[in-house]
Design a binder for this molecule. Structure first.
Ligand SMILES: Cc1cc2nc3c(=O)[nH]c(=O)nc-3n(C[C@H](O)[C@H](O)[C@H](O)COP(=O)(O)OP(=O)(O)OC[C@H]3O[C@@H](n4cnc5c(N)ncnc54)[C@H](O)[C@@H]3O)c2cc1C
Length: 531
């Protein structure tokens, strides 16, 4: 299905001055950030209107030129805006960034691909509604994330269940309008079953979606959970399954292990005395003590009227008794504490460690803002774990700043014993390759536990980069063997090797794609298999 250009015109003649192909711009988009993976890129186009996008896609179609549409192109850890195959034109849609048709009564809004989390959060600031927010920060898109089947933290965090595609530019340049008549009330009408078809299937260039919003509620509690022991993870998963099934917890609680949490506050120390490549048990214990971290930590929001939220918090505490310490604090109290430490840092500078305390409180406060629909870049700090050249920064693309990290995203059943087995086998692989295992486990539903494994490496070392890549490959093999299927894949895996599961789905997807994009010009190779 992969195509090359069979056009007799040069790409410059076809796309004119809209095509950007200077070396610096090309270099940036050709690097995926996944170990040494990169692709040859023919150019980049930033359409400023749906009409100019339509023309560009239709020209690509007529001339059989592969295009790779991205929304903001910040698909960090999975490949940024780098396509799976060589010789594509990147269509970056960040200039199509209109927010429209906000329904303040029903709680929905329409966005274009360039709308970022930060932009939508600002738009909703003084309304009764907030957006579901991911940890990827204010500069990432809503549409790109949903089309990759990304997930957030709120009760609407299983995002692919809470959106509807409104407009798509098809491979031949036709615009397909999928809006249902009347006010949006969910997935109804003839388009009801079509929306998820646009996720991970390269069916067209999506230029509009309608998004459900989360209602702001009287009480917004933060539930902070610290597991007593590393081995308590199995009991925690079983307890969360029940709490999710009975809807005491409607949000998507993410739990992170020690290395995942440590990465926010600390960097790997390459110069320390110990000859071990990774930290010893003693070194790790000391660091956890220093930052008051436990082997596993989670935080999420419990929303509702004051009495309902408090009753839910009480129930969560009871169910986790003996497994974890549970702390409950309201977001408004956190806000007050943050204001006080800010004030002290400014006016009572002689207080011992006030700057460190203030900066830690600020990080925690911002991290907790995610549950209030306020995105922030705090999580980007973790990408610097093995970055030798830079201390953590939140104001720059981490890959441009030399960070080495890759995600692997296997989906697990929400069963303690399975998750325990998964953790044991994963840890064995990390130990073989001498890397620190950082992981988050998210209770997406009472059935689905989504793991995100982070492999951090020193990108300035060729040897370490290759070792990290080998670790990722062995993890992929391990997970496939155990039927822990990834919910999302990185670009270096694509086009994919032969796959022995879901043969019916693979067959049907191919037929659908062929019928709407016969020469496969839109995102060739993405979630497709090698011929
Ligand atoms: C610290 C950190 C935390 C993160 N936390 C999360 C998290 O909590 N949840 C999560 O899901 N991810 C997370 N990520 C991963 C990733 O950065 C986000 O998913 C991010 O939203 C993806 O980038 P983007 O929104 O710019 O999408 P893009 O890069 O624009 O899009 C992703 C892909 O979707 C396709 N695509 C995009 N737009 C279109 C379109 N309009 N039409 C057709 N195809 C299109 C393209 O193939 C593209 O490569 C995190 C990353 C980091 C570094």
């Amino acid at each position: 299905m992969l195509v090359g250009s069979s056009s007799t015109h040069s790409i410059r003649e076809i796309f004119g001055k809209n095509l950007i192909d200077n070396d610096d711009a090309i270099r940036k988009v050709s690097i995926s950030g996944i170990a040494e993976h990169s692709r040859l890129i023919k150019g980049i186009i930033y359409p400023e209107s749906i009409e100019s996008l339509r023309k560009c896609i239709s020209d690509a179609y007529k001339n059989n030129i592969p295009v790779y549409p991205v929304s903001c192109g910040n698909n960090w850890g999975y490949g940024r805006s780098c396509p799976p195959v060589n010789d594509c034109i990147i269509i970056n849609l960040k200039k199509l960034n209109k927010i429209s048709n906000f329904d303040a009564e029903l709680g929905s809004v329409e966005v274009e691909p360039g709308v970022t989390q930060g932009q939508l959060a600002k738009f909703l600031e003084n309304t009764n509604w907030m957006m579901d927010c991911t940890g990827a920060g204010p500069d990432t898109s809503i549409i790109g994330n949903i089309l990759e089947r990304g997930f957030g933290h709120s009760p609407l965090g299983y995002r692919t269940r809470h959106f509807a595609v409104t407009k798509v530019v098809m491979a031949n340049g036709d615009v397909c309008d999928l809006t249902t008549p009347g006010r949006f009330i969910g997935r109804v009408g003839f388009s009801a079953g079509l929306h998820e078809l646009f996720t991970q299937n390269n069916i067209g260039v999506v230029v509009g979606i309608r998004l459900e919003l989360v209602a702001r509620q009287e009480e917004s509690l933060r539930c902070i959970i610290k597991l007593n022991h590393k081995s308590s993870i199995s009991k925690y998963i079983d307890a969360m399954r029940l709490l999710k099934a009975e809807q005491t917890i409607t949000a998507l609680p993410h739990i992170g292990n020690h290395y995942r949490m440590l990465g926010i506050f600390h960097q790997f120390d390459f110069d320390r005395k110990s000859s071990n490549l990774t930290f010893t048990e003693e070194e790790l214990a000391e660091l956890l003590k220093k930052y008051k971290l436990s082997p596993w930590m989670s935080s999420f929001a419990v929303l509702g009227s004051s009495s309902v939220a408090k009753a839910k918090a009480k129930r969560i505490k009871r169910q986790l008794k003996g497994i974890a310490k549970v702390y409950i604090i309201s977001y408004s109290t956190l806000n007050r504490i943050n204001k006080i430490t800010n004030w002290l840092a400014k006016h009572v500078k002689w207080l011992p460690k006030i700057n460190t305390i203030n900066s830690n409180v600020e990080d925690i406060y911002h991290a907790m803002g995610i549950f209030e629909g306020i995105p922030n870049n705090v999580a980007l700090k973790g990408c610097y774990w093995r970055n030798k050249q830079s201390t953590p920064r939140t104001d720059i693309d981490p890959i441009e700043n030399g960070c080495g990290f890759m995600w692997v995203a296997p989906s697990l059943p929400m069963l303690g014993a399975d998750v325990e087995k998964f953790m044991d086998l994963t840890e064995q692989e990390f130990n073989k390759y001498n890397f620190e295992l950082a992981v988050t486990l998210t209770a997406v539903t009472s059935m689905l536990c989504q793991a995100i494994i982070s492999v951090y490496y020193d990108a300035s070392s060729v040897e370490e980069t290759q070792k990290a890549k080998k670790l990722v490959e062995s993890l992929r093999e391990l997970y496939s063997k155990n039927k822990w299927i990834p919910y999302r894949r990185a670009v270096d895996e694509m086009p994919l090797d032969q796959y022995h599961y879901e043969t019916g789905a693979v067959w049907l997807r191919k037929i659908i794609k062929k019928s709407v994009d016969k020469n496969n010009i839109i995102s060739p190779g993405r979630y497709e298999f090698k011929e």
